[in-house]
Design a protein around this ligand. Structure first.
Ligand code: C5P
Length: 219
């Protein structure tokens, strides 16, 4: 029995990258340590939530105390997310690969002098948009992330509308910010009320503040 403002609430968190195989030893992926998603899961646990944690192959270890589902690809992540429903809230912090390799080889592609492999891609499902636009059984609060290098508020506001989610946590990932792979984050929270710029703080502090906002919204 957990105490805290989120006791009795089921919250889903996706985290980490997905890996889309080219062959058994090679893959394409987005750069993601899983640090922010893991910190969010920990903060939700501290507030008493039951946390379902669906993670791709991340650098950081998943938190103790979550219901853990490890996946590799975007399609596996979607399956795990759908199997976890219904939930009261869902936070999509994973850096999902937009494309998968069509006809990944089940044998290692051999290097051959004079020839180069060609890759063809298919589009992956958008997990956030799929859940945010569910006609029945949609979580009460759906939170997405947006990594932006320019026009952060404008782009993230458009993304919120396009995906159909309730909140977007937008982060400024211009390389000079050092945020990608770093310990700090500078985020703007986009809600139906508008944009709220948070001061630059540690990823753990961002997670705590987000979890508190979530608890207040789920009331
Ligand atoms: O469209 P974009 O990748 O910028 O959107 C980022 C948000 O959408 C993140 O919350 C991410 O977890 C989610 N997403 C997803 N499935 C995808 C692509 C992105 O859930 N295939």
């Amino acid at each position: 029995f957990a105490a805290g403002p989120l006791a009795g609430q089921r919250v889903l968190v996706t985290s980490g990258p997905t890996h889309e195989p080219i062959d058994p030893v090679r893959y394409i992926a987005n750069r993601s340590s899983g640090a922010q998603g893991t910190a969010i899961a920990e903060a939700l646990l501290r507030l008493g939530a039951e946390v379902i944690f669906v993670t791709g192959p991340a650098d950081v270890a998943p938190p103790d105390g979550v219901a853990l589902h490890r996946v590799e690809t975007a399609r596996q992540m979607l399956d795990a997310v759908q199997a976890a429903l219904p939930v009261d809230a869902a936070v999509f912090a994973a850096a999902v690969a937009d494309w998968r390799v069509r006809e990944a080889s089940d044998r290692k592609i051999k290097k051959q002098a004079g020839t180069l492999p060609a890759l063809h891609f298919d589009e992956n499902p958008d997990i956030l948009a799929t859940v945010a636009q569910m006609a029945t059984g949609r979580p009460g609060l759906v939170v997405g992330f947006a990594a932006e290098t320019n026009d952060v508020v404008e782009n993230a506001t458009a993304k919120r509308a396009r995906k159909g989610c309730d909140w977007i946590v937008a982060n400024d990932v211009r390389p000079e910010t050092g945020i990608m792979g770093g310990a700090e984050n500078a985020v703007t929270l986009i809600t139906s009320e508008g944009a709220e710029a948070w001061p630059r703080m540690g990823k753990r502090a961002v997670a705590e503040r987000l979890a508190e906002r979530l608890a207040a919204a789920l009331g």
